[in-house]
Ligand binder design. Structure first.
Ligand code: FAD
Length: 294
């Protein structure tokens, strides 16, 4: 969030934006994003006060890649609160064995059943009934840890204030292509390999980022090999969700060649991962209704 790639005027405006957040310590609270001084302004609307490059070359690429957002639809408050909480990229950390480390550790302490689809969760006689394809489970309570649109469909009896938020809490879709490389190629800046290259929508319409997983952590690829993740730009995702995987991978690989020359020739295998409900949007309406839901 340092704005290293920005020109002097946009950097100055970034300092103004950071100063604005710093002047209100505690006001940008990720647990209460509906109460920040940024109100319900969308990222794009908030950025209008600043040099256009701040939106085009920093806020939009961050929102597009890390949040899956269209900056004209989602509000700035949750993003600014989160960025204020996590601090500069130099302090960001990654799990040594991948994102699922925490989930796997927690799973080791409880009974876990996977591959069992829940169709409905209803309350009856003070108990919770979880209806699955192959039967029912009765419990004192159930936690629905699924994307909001799925929770809305699973829980027809949700009370009105919960239903209003669940309906407003729309999700973006995401799609990424993992590329297994015969050598550790990566995007570079000043000759140094980058673990994350955000590609602004004003410059690039197929990708939102190129992530070099082996630069993030060497354990992510066998020695001498590489693993690259190509993130599709939010605007292209809906059109790609139903495309044949080879076609999708080919399209993203061709676009990424610009940032990682030789990528196509070095790619041994690709995997396409689609997330129809990837990340929550934060529209003004969802932000407005969140407080009563939480
Ligand atoms: C492409 C991408 C990259 C990301 N990268 C990062 C990152 O680098 N760092 C980071 O911190 N976060 C990242 N995130 C965000 C992170 O993945 C999510 O915040 C996190 O996974 C949310 O966890 P969750 O348990 O709430 O939901 P989920 O991970 O969505 O888990 C919900 C689970 O419910 C299951 N489910 C859904 N419907 C049903 C049903 N009817 N019956 C039974 N089970 C059901 C699903 O199969 C899924 O396993 C990324 C997200 C995406 C999409």
């Amino acid at each position: 969030f340092g704005g290293g790639g920005l020109g002097p005027r946009a950097r100055l405006d970034l300092a103004r934006l950071i100063g604005r957040i710093a002047r209100h310590p505690g006001a940008y609270d990720g647990d209460r994003p509906e109460e920040t001084p940024a109100g319900a302004a969308t990222v794009r609307a908030l950025a209008r006060r600043y040099h256009p490059d701040l939106h085009d070359y920093l806020l939009q690429p961050l929102a597009g890649c890390c949040f899956g957002w269209d900056t004209a639809r989602s509000t700035a408050a949750p993003m600014l609160s989160l960025l204020a909480e996590v601090g500069p990229p130099s302090g960001w950390r990654t799990y040594r064995d991948g994102m699922d480390l925490l989930a796997r550790r927690l799973a080791g302490t409880v009974d876990v059943e996977t591959g069992r689809t829940v169709h409905e969760v209803v309350e009856a006689d003070g108990r919770t009934l979880v209806r699955c394809a192959d039967g029912e489970i009765t419990a004192r309570a159930a936690v629905l840890a699924v994307p909001a649109p799925v929770a809305a469909a699973l829980r027809p009896q949700a009370p009105p204030e919960e239903r209003a938020f669940l309906d407003a809490c729309t999700f973006s879709s995401a799609l990424k292509v993992s590329c297994l490389l015969e050598r550790p190629l990566a995007p570079t800046a000043g000759g140094r390999p980058l673990y994350l290259l955000l590609t602004p929508a004003v410059e690039e319409d197929v990708l939102s980022a190129v992530i070099a997983d082996h630069v993030k952590h060497p354990g992510r690829a066998p020695r001498g090999r590489g693993l690259l993740t190509l993130m599709a730009a939010p605007g292209t995702v809906p059109g790609l969700l139903d495309s044949p995987p080879e076609e999708t991978a080919g399209r993203l690989l061709a676009a990424a060649e610009r940032y990682v020359p030789g990528l196509g020739a070095a790619t041994l295998r690709t995997f396409v991962h689609a997330f129809p409900h990837a990340l929550p949007e934060a529209t003004p309406r969802a932000l407005h209704l969140r407080g009563r839901f939480a």
